[in-house]
Write a protein that binds this ligand. Structure first.
Ligand SMILES: Cc1cc2nc3c(=O)[nH]c(=O)nc-3n(C[C@H](O)[C@H](O)[C@H](O)COP(=O)(O)OP(=O)(O)OC[C@H]3O[C@@H](n4cnc5c(N)ncnc54)[C@H](O)[C@@H]3O)c2cc1C
Ligand SMILES: *[C@@H]1O[C@H](CO)[C@@H](O)[C@H](O)[C@H]1NC(C)=O
Ligand SMILES: *[C@@H]1O[C@H](CO)[C@@H](O)[C@H](O)[C@H]1NC(C)=O
Ligand SMILES: *[C@@H]1O[C@H](CO)[C@@H](O)[C@H](O)[C@H]1NC(C)=O
Length: 629
């Protein structure tokens, strides 16, 4: 999916200008700093930016494996978001899971950010917040004090300017991260918003799906907004980190891959006293590969993300005995929870076709459309470059009658997890204007994709090192679909999505090769070529049809890029890795602050949760260092 037109246009609005892509050399580093961040992604940017501006005497170093993102057009124009997913992307890391029968023998590839700002510099910009009970569970079920929705929602408010409705319930009006509808939305979104409520006429209706109340998060139609400012991406690196970049107390060392922690063993136990790193071979291929060691006088903060942090711990000898033994690493701290509870959000993306406008020409790298998109952006910050193709969705919580439709495979999960938490939806459904995938082998069509995002899968996986080599692919199991309740939920999601999409005026039939292969003569046959009427009967599925859907789900399920939970914040005896002050059990002067700490999943795109974790972590660290009282 390489774009023929990667070098962007000049523009004058806002405060960015485009730098020449001059070769960057790493900064000269001192031998010691007060605080070292291992990983310069979303959370590190938010924490370090604030520490730097509020504590001028604190010497801070960020070691980030990936490249700089400063004033790079691919991190400014929203419409370029998908270019980061190209196979040889320098801004993302792709972690392949071991093949699993649960996903039809496939290896699922999980992307994560690998550049300054991490995920926030490459993500799809969908603005979506979890349910209040998702945070509250961390307190009531995992014993972490200070992490309830009442503690965290004010921190989210403080971080955002919600341009859509600054007075909105639980929203902010003066934070550095801006939220808006962006510069373009697609006709399909409007169709989805028109037809959806008519199909789901017994559900309450609201245009606010993100105010943390039960009414909005239960069963409503929401408008997706994107984190943008002046038409541009509003990512944490720009608004927390780069404004502080010239502070003499802050050093951002890019292309710097942390190998392991330096741990010192004294009579009072084990202390993190620094880190070892190498210059990253992707960013600085010509630099020496020797390991360098830097001292942290006050603290090391692991912020390498859910896909990075457990690996640094294990390379340092912190983890389960068996895992470390297999990787030939000497164990220093026995911490079996490291990497043992990977969680993702399973996503089923089902393509239909449409005759309305979609994002596909950009996915297909149509040079004419790219040129037009760039021209439009220069004029007024609208058009394809100001969009992502995902504008509307619904969060659905099944009714009693619908639970019957989902079936008994789901009953236990419902009773254990959802029944007593009325603000938890089962999943969110959307109609994407396009098929965000490598389309090189596909016919030239306009796609509309049904998206079913299963927010609280029961399945869990694991992520562990395979050796002490910082480039070695890890032993990774997504765990996807290892619990049948997840298959049952997604099966119902496929059906639910199909009922809405086949009634939208722009619907022109299913893209059959990427659908279930229903048996001959099935009443679920995918033979429609245009929309059915609103009152058409729902498709009826036989047990054989359901089986075809299950096979399909295992073949096609993917990730929604929301990995978390690989170093969870919970009690040590329950597999925890950090306590509620983010201290790693058994190691002094070592904290974790990133998406590896959630002990349980959240039904939302994860940027907002990451912001909440980062702001809370800032408060914890700043108090400990007496920067704030
Ligand atoms: C493709 C994609 C699309 C997404 N879309 C959305 C969306 O639309 N909406 C939404 O809300 N969320 C989205 N997310 C999720 C969200 O952006 C991430 O969950 C969030 O940014 C994670 O933040 P983090 O701080 O935990 O980790 P990250 O931001 O990933 O930061 C970790 C950083 O550590 C670095 N690192 C790792 N190992 C090392 C090492 N050994 N040494 C040095 N550095 C290291 C990495 O390079 C990375 O920069 C998306 C994520 C991805 C990847
Ligand atoms: C930091 O310094 C560089 C070089 O002088 C300059 O281009 C940049 O704008 C400065 N950044 C900020 C936030 O002031
Ligand atoms: C690109 O899009 C234009 C306008 O829709 C179309 O005429 C042209 O055939 C497309 N080019 C390719 C290579 O598909
Ligand atoms: C599609 O197939 C079903 C079942 O075989 C049949 O009842 C229906 O009439 C067909 N619809 C169209 C539009 O051909």
């Amino acid at each position: 999916m390489l774009s023929p037109l990667r070098v962007g246009s000049l523009f004058t609005l806002c405060f960015w200008s485009i730098s020449t892509l001059a070769a960057i050399t790493p900064p000269t580093l001192d031998s010691e700093y007060d605080i070292i961040f291992a990983g310069g992604g979303t959370t590190a940017s938010i924490i370090a930016g604030q520490l730097s501006s509020n504590a001028p005497d604190l010497k801070i170093l960020i070691l980030e494996a990936g490249p700089t993102t400063r004033e790079r057009i691919e991190h400014i124009q929203p419409g370029r978001y998908f270019t980061h997913m190209e196979p040889f992307s320098n801004t993302e890391q792709f972690t392949a899971s071991k093949p699993s029968d649960y996903v039809a023998g496939r290896s699922v590839v999980i992307p994560s950010g690998r550049c300054v700002g991490g995920g926030s510099s490459v993500n799809f910009m969908l603005y979506n917040r979890p349910s209040a009970s998702d945070f509250d569970d961390w307190v009531t079920e995992f014993g972490n004090s200070g992490w309830s929705s009442e503690d965290l929602i004010p921190l989210l408010e403080m971080s955002e300017t919600y341009e859509v409705n600054p007075q909105g319930n639980n929203h902010g009006s003066s934070g550095p991260l801006h939220v808006s509808f962006g510069g373009k939305s697609f006709e399909l979104a409007q169709e989805f918003l028109d037809i959806g409520p008519q199909v789901e006429k017994n559900r309450p209706l609201s245009d606010e799906g993100n105010d943390f109340t039960e009414a909005s998060l239960n069963v409503d139609w929401v408008r997706w907004t994107s984190l943008r400012r002046c038409g541009s991406i509003s990512a944490s690196k720009h608004h927390y980190l780069y404004p502080q970049e010239n502070n003499s107390n802050l050093v951002i060392s890019t292309g710097s891959r942390v190998v392991r922690l330096v741990l010192s063993e004294e009579n009072e136990g084990i202390t993190a006293t620094g880190v070892e790193f190498i210059y990253d071979k992707h960013v600085f291929p010509d630099y020496p590969t020797t390991t360098q060691s830097i001292t942290a006088k006050k603290m090391v903060i692991l912020s390498a993300g859910a896909m990075g942090t457990p690996l640094i711990l294990e390379r340092s000898g912190i983890g389960a005995q068996e895992v470390l033994h297999q990787a030939n690493i000497h164990q220093v701290v026995d911490l079996p929870g490291v990497g043992s509870s990977y969680q993702g959000i399973e996503l089923l993306l089902t393509p239909y076709t449409t005759d309305t406008e979609t994002f596909d020409p950009l996915f297909r790298n149509n040079a004419t459309i790219w040129a037009e998109a760039l021209r439009q952006w220069d004029i007024d910050r609208t058009g394809f470059m100001a969009a992502n193709g995902v504008d509307a969705a619904i969060k659905i919580r099944p009714t009693e009658a619908e639970l019957q439709e989902i079936g008994i495979e789901f009953t236990e999960r419902w009773n254990d997890f959802y029944a007593n938490k009325p603000d938890k939806p089962l999943f969110w459904l959307s109609a994407l204007a396009g098929l965000p995938a490598d389309q090189s082998g596909l016919p030239i069509l306009n796609f509309m994709s049904g998206g079913c995002f299963l927010g609280y899968p029961e399945s869990m996986g694991s992520l562990h090192v395979s050796s002490d080599d910082p480039y070695a692919p890890p032993n990774f199991d997504t765990g996807f679909l290892s619990k049948q309740s997840d298959v049952a939920a997604l099966r119902w999601g496929y059906k639910k999505g199909r009922e809405i999409l086949r009634r939208m005026p722009g619907f022109r039939g299913a893209f059959v090769p990427a659908h279930p292969q229903f048996p001959e003569g099935s009443s679920a046959a995918l033979n429609e070529t245009g929309p059915v009427s609103l009152d058409a009967p729902n498709v009826v599925y036989s047990p054989e049809d359901d089986e075809a859907i299950d096979i399909y789900i295992r073949k096609f399920v993917g990730t929604s890029w929301h990995s978390l939970g690989t170093a969870p914040m919970k009690a040590l005896k329950e597999g925890g890795v950090v306590d509620d002050q983010l201290n790693v059990y058994g190691v002094k002067a070592l904290k974790i602050a990133d998406l590896s700490i959630p002990p349980s999943n959240l039904n939302a795109n994860m940027y907002s949760t990451t912001i909440a974790i980062a702001q809370k972590a800032y408060l914890i660290i700043a108090k400990e260092l007496r920067i704030i009282v």
